[in-house]
Design a binder for this molecule. Sequence first.
Ligand SMILES: Cc1cc2nc3c(=O)[nH]c(=O)nc-3n(C[C@H](O)[C@H](O)[C@H](O)COP(=O)(O)OP(=O)(O)OC[C@H]3O[C@@H](n4cnc5c(N)ncnc54)[C@H](O)[C@@H]3O)c2cc1C
Length: 481
Amino acid sequence: MEYPRILFWHRKDLRVNDNQALLKALALSKAITSIYIFDETYPYDYNSKSRSWFLSESLKELNKNWEKAGSRLLIQKGNPSHLISYVAKIINAKYIFWNKAIEPYEIKRDEKIKADLANSNIEIVEVWDHLLINPLEISTGSDTPYTVYGPFFKKFKNKLDRVNFDNKEDKDIRFEKLKDLDDELIGSKLVTKSKIIFDEFLKDINFSGIGICPCRPGEIGAEKLLESFSSSNRITSYELARDFPSENGTSYLSGSLRFGTISIRTLWEKTLHIKLINEDPKKIQSIETWQKELAWREFYQHCLFHYPELEKGPYRKKWNNFSWNNNKEWFNRWSEGQTGVPIIDASMRQLNQSGWMHNRCRMIVASFLVKDLICDWKLGEKKFMELLVDGDLAANNGGWQWSASSGMDPKPLRIFNPYTQTKKFDPLCKYIKFWIPELSGINNTEIINGDISALEKINYPSPIVSHNVQQRIFKTLYATI
Ligand SMILES: Cc1cc2nc3c(=O)[nH]c(=O)nc-3n(C[C@H](O)[C@H](O)[C@H](O)COP(=O)(O)OP(=O)(O)OC[C@H]3O[C@@H](n4cnc5c(N)ncnc54)[C@H](O)[C@@H]3O)c2cc1C
């Protein structure tokens, strides 16, 4: 049987398991060639050492999976708007399959490719995969997109409760026995270039946090993280442990979700299965709390899809008139973990060294940058995007706007006191002392109160600002908008 040739384009779905567009492609034909493009025009990613590492390892595994199945992963570099149609024509593809994206740049890029190929004999097939619910299929009673998480979650959960995850039409579709094209047909130029591009990318990886980054690349890495989180009591004690940065209390799956090395459906299904085998209401509540975090991811993705202007600035426009201080030296001290406020410095050092930061700490350092140092949240957002292994436009922008009080959060102003936060969430200063070894000999009460008497002796700076003073200044400025 002659199969129609398909070009499958991997973007933020670096996996072969439970990949919706890939399943649809496999249902149509076994003649599939895949491609990944280092997109030089994409505004994020390639300046991030941690994400480049995660990407490179995930691509290595993906490449092996395609070869094992009898085909290949072509790797190209440049502008996908040109490259996709160019490669599709070279391999004589009848179809191009990809999973839909939600970021403004990606949507525009995809529209251009579709327009360019509109009059060709190549058909483009786009599929929703990245989210549990298509953003066009969930809206308020007045048919507008949700802008508040609480009611969004209610509707989202309601819809998901009606999905039968066990009823899979595609359960018999196998990723195997694919029909590859010979090198000559693809053109030796394209094949050789693919190898050179990937080798060059690998050569430039210089992320020093591989050993301490808790996120793990590739499909195997994601499966292991999920297994470790769900088969132990970690998921069932998530409710209690998730806010304590010194505990191994969260899943570390953010990098995997960001690069699509695991599907969001796999995670949701897992929560349903674990709920079924647990009777203790506390354990069930814990699993539901984790589901709510997955829903936060979904909420921010939907928000960016419906309000692409979020990428450029505040949701609440009055924030455009705020008089930021933007003190460069303070910003640098914040970035490097040298503010003299232990919980801030521990968190920023964790980010700098490991490429990841605990969620509680992300909220504390974001509040500190905006409401104590009075620096524009866009600066913090950019710094996070550079360093985070899971750096994702929707989640990061959502997290920063939430912390800055410029976003969709209905609470008008939220200010975190870094010392009270330490007392509550790192009472034994285990997290602080791990990331700031200079403080290991200091009394916990002194650290918690921000009153370290032996600073000069241990080479740790005194606080660059007073929380109480800065809070008052911030509130005065806020009153003007
Ligand atoms: C200022 C700020 C910036 C952030 N930037 C990012 C970012 O760039 N990328 C990112 O994935 N998350 C971001 N978050 C959300 C959150 O901190 C991380 O998703 C979480 O810490 C990842 O760890 P985990 O995988 O162990 O999470 P778990 O607690 O195990 O949660 C499971 C998954 O749910 C999702 N999730 C959890 N909390 C949130 C949340 N508040 N918002 C959106 N999704 C969430 C993530 O995909 C996460 O992997 C940010 C939060 C703040 C406050």
